[in-house]
Design a protein around this ligand. Structure first.
Ligand SMILES: [Zn+2]
Length: 375
């Protein structure tokens, strides 16, 4: 949700431009600040940022995105397994055209991965949601990899896997090109004018991490609502309840209101619910300002449902910025607003107001303790 001032919005950021009466109320009647969600030396991924916000130190608990998603998908990892996120992507003429193969559906992706799995030896692939799938390398060593969303429009050659499992990964990528080239799923997609999934792109590999239980750490029964495997994997490893919401897609068409209603319901037996909405990030990756503003406004409506509940402490924040100008994540601190932990002079929930907020620049490890403090 966090972004930069844009000329096309008259010098406003999407958050400033969007109509957000509910988030503004949280800021006006609560307190604001900036939160550093990506510690120095880490890539600004959703994995790092959300672990940090949930009070875990990535330096201790982070091994890669793949194993977090494996946990969410219920794929058990042996001690020496390395799990990679395995995107379905569109590469043509050596260029990364799309990091999600035209938002390929889960059913199409599963078809392609089944065909690939049959062609691979010793390596397993598992279908996930849409373009987000999983690859497991037994006795793996890891590799230096690049997230495909960081190189859209660029030649892939300088960003291919290096070190460790690289030779194996490159062989699997080659096999996927052969298996997918004339696959019925791709023939149908091309006929319909959609992008084909030309190959897999493994990245973010790591071994199974161990997270201290959320309840033991904070004394709270916690729950997670997200359509994104990564977030649900973190929740599972932390012993939080994973609350599945029908209609939550992880994309722009997600059912925001349902997420809010399920969260309120879950607070009947939980102390803390973390609602993650991916849509503004996806709009940022698409470089689509209008869609980003719309995603923020729809999110705000759902927050309105949460605010109807009495006696809640409510915080709103992005996990990391995804500015539409650069179409990828940055490490800049994110604006946050908290209702129920005092007041300051903020008038609205925006990047600029939050920068003047009374919390100043806070480190992520201090965020949950502040939120749950008894004062
Ligand atoms: Zn993103």
């Amino acid at each position: 949700m966090a972004d930069e001032p844009l000329e096309e919005l008259g010098g406003c950021t999407p958050l400033e431009y969007a109509y957000t009466p509910n988030m503004d109320l949280i800021a006006r009647e609560g307190r604001c600040g900036l939160l550093r969600t990506v510690p120095e030396g880490f890539e600004p991924g959703s994995d790092i940022a959300n672990l940090s916000i949930l009070g875990y130190d990535p330096a201790e608990s982070y091994t890669g995105r793949g194993p977090l998603e494996a946990a969410s998908m219920g794929v058990a990892l042996a001690e020496n397994d390395v799990a990679y996120r395995c995107n379905l992507v569109t590469v043509r003429e050596g260029t990364m055209e799309d990091f999600n193969a035209g938002h390929i559906t889960s059913a199409e992706g599963a078809d392609l991965l089944r065909a690939l799995d049959a062609a691979l030896d010793g390596v397993r692939v598992y279908p996930g949601i849409g373009y987000r799938n999983l690859m497991v390398v037994p006795q793996g060593r890891g590799a230096a990899t690049t997230p495909p969303h960081d190189i859209v429009g660029q030649p892939i050659e300088p960003h291919l896997p290096r070190d460790g499992d690289a030779a194996l990964l490159l062989r699997c990528m080659e096999t996927s090109r052969e298996v997918f080239a004339d696959h019925p799923v791709n023939r149908a997609r091309l006929r319909e004018g959609r992008l084909p999934a030309t190959q897999i792109w493994p990245w973010g590999g790591g071994k199974k991490p161990s997270l201290e239980a959320f309840e033991g750490r904070f004394g709270l029964r916690g729950g997670m609502i997200s359509a994104v495997d990564l977030l649900n994997g973190i929740a599972r490893l932390a012993g939080m309840e994973v609350i599945r919401v029908p209609g939550a897609t992880g994309f722009l068409d997600t059912d925001y209101g349902a997420k809010a209603r399920y969260a309120i319901d879950a607070l009947g037996h939980l102390d803390f619910v973390y609602i993650h909405v991916e849509a503004p990030d996806e709009a940022g990756h698409m470089g689509d300002t209008e869609e980003k503003v719309r995603a923020i406004e729809r999110l705000d409506e759902a927050i309105g449902l949460v605010l109807e509940e009495p006696d809640l402490v409510v915080a709103v924040l992005p996990d990391h910025p995804t500015p539409v100008r650069i179409r990828t994540h940055t490490t800049d601190p994110v604006p946050f607003a908290v209702l129920g932990r005092g007041r300051d002079t903020a008038r609205a929930f925006t990047e600029r107001e939050a920068a003047r907020g009374s919390f100043g620049v806070m480190q992520a490890r201090d965020f949950l303790p502040m939120l749950i403090s008894k004062r």
